[in-house]
Design a protein around this ligand. Structure first.
Ligand SMILES: O=C(O)C(=O)C[C@]1(C(=O)O)C=C[C@@H](O)C=C1
Length: 354
């Protein structure tokens, strides 16, 4: 077959694909109407998980799994945008790693609202200026993003999904490497490439700013300056990449949370996040955590933060395997309540792939 014949074949396949996509969208619009009648959530992480799993099992190749996933991410992004005027608040400005995480989760068709603080993401979702919010919660090299944990102590919002994003840091500048005397970045990003900077840029002064994007803006306008930021920022601001992959740990990954008004439905492969406080008495935390062991529930994380009510009093943030509707998790959470001065289930949501 010659090139023209092959392209004719593609033309007729494309017309089938577009027809089928629109048929799918017509069904999505009906789903959107039903959800509005029932007051149900538009974004349904549990259903998206089922769609992605189904596509993976249907796809026999040669289309790579990652490509099938990306295509379906955008198909569902278009669906979300058509079902409602979906708005996603994220810790901005544009081109931050949180922006990237939000785009990986919700695609390009929905509207995005960049905010300047994590608290503002929570506010936007709480006062319904945004449907969902995306915030960083922990990094594999640098640990907890404490601002996010602290917000959960005062908000009724729930975690409805999570996402892991591999973080690759780049050194960006208009100048040559040997001309750089000042480097801007976010404190957390500096922490993730501390050894590389000490080894490769030992004489440059490090200046922490609010975001990696702000760092790029400052690097563009400051003589002799560079920024540590994402590759996305270099494309968006047209600034040269001097060094790539400068993070000290090659598996450097950040976990982000999607916050909304409600939990996600159970999928059979979920995680539940709980926040609680215990009395100041011998073995109080041990007793509280023993409820998980009693029901054979795996704990995947624990973090403690000052309660901000009283000095030296703490809130514990724990993640466990399972959904709050699973019988053993339900039982364990009821038992946990007995050991706590305060306790809130922050959300149950599908476990993300790393
Ligand atoms: O099944 C739904 O609830 C839909 O809205 C459809 C759909 C999809 O396109 O498959 C779109 C968005 C939801 O987050 C989940 C699935």
């Amino acid at each position: 077959m010659n090139l023209d014949d092959l392209r004719n074949q593609i033309d007729s396949l494309d017309s089938e694909i577009v027809k089928l996509l629109n048929e799918r969208i017509n069904v999505v619009l009906k789903i959107g109407e039903e959800k509005k009648k029932e007051g149900a959530e538009i974004y349904v992480p549990s259903r998206e998980r089922a769609v992605f799993d189904k596509i993976r099992s249907l796809n026999g190749g040669p289309l790579p799994e990652e490509s099938a996933h990306a295509i379906y991410r955008e198909i569902m992004s278009a669906a979300l945008a058509l079902e409602t005027d979906m708005k996603i608040a994220y810790l901005g400005p544009e081109a931050t790693f949180t922006h990237q995480a939000a785009r990986n989760k919700f695609g390009v068709s929905v509207d995005y609202i960049p905010t300047s603080t994590i608290a503002e993401v929570f506010d936007r979702v709480a006062n319904r200026a945004a449907d969902y919010g995306v915030v960083p919660v922990e990094n594999s090299t640098e640990g907890a993003v404490t601002h996010t944990f602290d917000q959960f102590a005062t908000t009724p919002l729930k975690i409805c999904a999570e996402i892991y994003l591999p973080i690759s840091l780049t050194l960006l500048s208009r100048h040559r490497k040997d001309e750089i005397s000042l480097i801007f970045s976010k404190q957390e990003a500096f922490g993730q490439c501390r050894a590389w900077l000490a080894g490769n840029m030992p004489n440059a002064k490090l200046s922490p700013v609010e975001s990696t994007t702000k760092a790029v803006q400052l690097a563009l306008e400051t003589p002799g300056a560079a920024a540590v930021a994402s590759v996305m920022a270099s494309d968006m601001y047209d600034i040269e990449v001097l060094a790539e992959n400068i993070q000290d740990m090659q598996g450097n990954t950040t976990r982000f949370l999607i916050i909304g008004q409600d939990f996600s439905a159970a999928t059979g492969n979920d995680k539940t996040s709980v926040m609680f406080g215990v009395k100041h008495k011998v073995g109080a935390l041990y007793d509280a955590l023993s409820v998980f062991k009693a029901d054979n529930i795996n704990m995947t994380k624990i973090e403690s933060r000052p309660s901000r009510n009283k000095n030296w009093e703490y809130y514990f943030f724990v993640d466990i395997d399972g959904h709050a509707d699973d019988p053993e998790v339900k039982r364990a959470l009821e038992a946990l309540q007995e050991h706590c001065t305060v306790m809130t289930v922050l959300g149950s949501y599908p476990k993300a792939e790393m």
